[in-house]
Ligand binder design. Structure first.
Ligand code: PEP
Ligand code: MN
Length: 363
């Protein structure tokens, strides 16, 4: 159901009200940008205001003596909904605060390729201004023949990179199965357990945004341990579906969530843009929810030449952070090389983001 079809408020008029008084209520509902629906009975009338609940003020109706009462209809995503102006959740990942006002840069490789590759890259990301290291150990690949990630070994590399750089680590849990490591041998722990034991933040990827059973399990297990979750938007999910996926996590035990936009599938082909950057969704999410919102310009564009421009656009639109795929030698990356920037480009992006912040050039 689209937001514009939802009932935002119900207004009850006292018995015996006049037609002019009803018309005044209808006029005020319309002026608030909502569509009025009138139901009159011998007991009085009810006016339903259909539309955006955030644009309508109860006081406008309560001040009318012929209005008996009003009720706001809470949105379907009530736990993650923004209750009032200053309602903002700050999510802590290790020692880093996301949603606290400063733009947080999360960077690292699409796939961890080993210790020799990750350690210098992690240092370079930190020197370029990244505060959180993000790298994939378990990779959700479109083709079953593509590299599936180093698994446990990749997690071990991330843990070592954290020890050396002090950066908290974020990595994706792709499911509750046991990953097949080298030679097809199943790992001892499930993917979820391995990530829970080691990561400072758990990523739920876009492919799993609608795996509701998985979301429930992730919420319970991360909630118990106080591990925040980075939830990526499904490539074809509406904003409401995305918010409801976050609601699943909050309802099942973990309200410590960061929303991540990563582009949506429209009619673009890979020729110019891998997905369509959903930049307009940033201010929508910031209005609808109290959760921090980060933007992933790497998957959204699929082209390292576009990452700088889209990063700045996301920051201008109010993003609380950026998730940027980075590699020492992007052309040799084991996955998503075409969209990885090198540490030099990451530094240029971070520099420009900091300049925008200093100028107050942000929503
Ligand atoms: C990723 O973050 O590396 C990834 C696979 O992204 P998405 O889930 O957005 O496709
Ligand atoms: Mn990737």
């Amino acid at each position: 159901m689209g937001r514009d079809l939802a009932t935002a408020m119900i207004i009850w008029l006292r018995q015996g009200h006049t037609d002019e008084q009803l018309a005044e209520v209808v006029k005020r509902v319309t002026a608030a940008g909502c569509r009025p629906e009138v139901h009159s009975t011998s007991q009085g009338s009810i006016v339903r205001a259909i539309g955006d609940a955030t644009s309508i003020d109860e006081g406008t109706f309560r001040e009318l003596p012929w209005v008996e009462r009003t009720a706001r209809v809470t949105p379907s995503y009530r736990l993650v909904a923004r209750a009032h102006e200053g309602d903002r959740r700050v999510v802590r990942v290790g020692g880093v605060e996301i949603g606290g006002g400063r733009v947080v840069i999360m960077a690292g490789p699409c796939s961890v390729e080993g210790m020799e590759m990750l350690l210098p890259l992690a240092e370079a990301c930190r020197s370029a201004g990244a505060e959180v290291l993000r790298g994939g150990a378990y990779k959700p690949r479109t083709s079953p023949y593509s590299f599936q990630g180093l698994g446990r070994e990749g997690v071990r590399c991330l843990v070592e990179a954290r020890r050396r750089t002090g950066m908290p680590i974020v990595t994706e849990a792709t499911g509750i199965h046991r990953h097949a490591g080298p030679g097809g041998i199943q790992e001892e722990r499930t993917v979820l357990e391995e990530v829970l034991l080691n990561a400072d933040m758990l990523q739920v990827g876009s492919r799993n945004m609608k795996s509701y059973g998985f979301l429930e399990e992730v919420a319970r297990r991360t909630g118990e341990r106080g591990i925040p979750v980075l939830l990526k938007r499904g490539e074809a999910a509406t904003t409401e579906e995305f918010l409801l996926a976050a609601e699943y996590l909050a309802l099942n035990g973990n309200p410590d969530l960061v929303l991540c936009l990563r582009g949506v599938r429209a009619y673009e082909t890979d020729r110019f843009l891998r997905y369509t950057p959903d930049l307009g969704t940033i201010p929508v999410l910031k209005r609808e929810t109290n959760l921090p919102v980060v933007f992933d310009p790497s998957h959204a564009t699929g082209d390292r030449a576009l990452v700088h421009a889209v990063s700045l656009a996301a920051v201008a639109a109010g993003a609380d952070g950026l998730l940027i795929e980075t590699h020492m030698h992007p052309e040799n990356a084991w996955s998503d090389g075409q969209q990885c920037v090198d540490p030099g480009e990451l530094g240029r992006i971070v520099g420009d983001v900091r300049r925008m912040e200093a100028l107050g050039f942000r929503q």
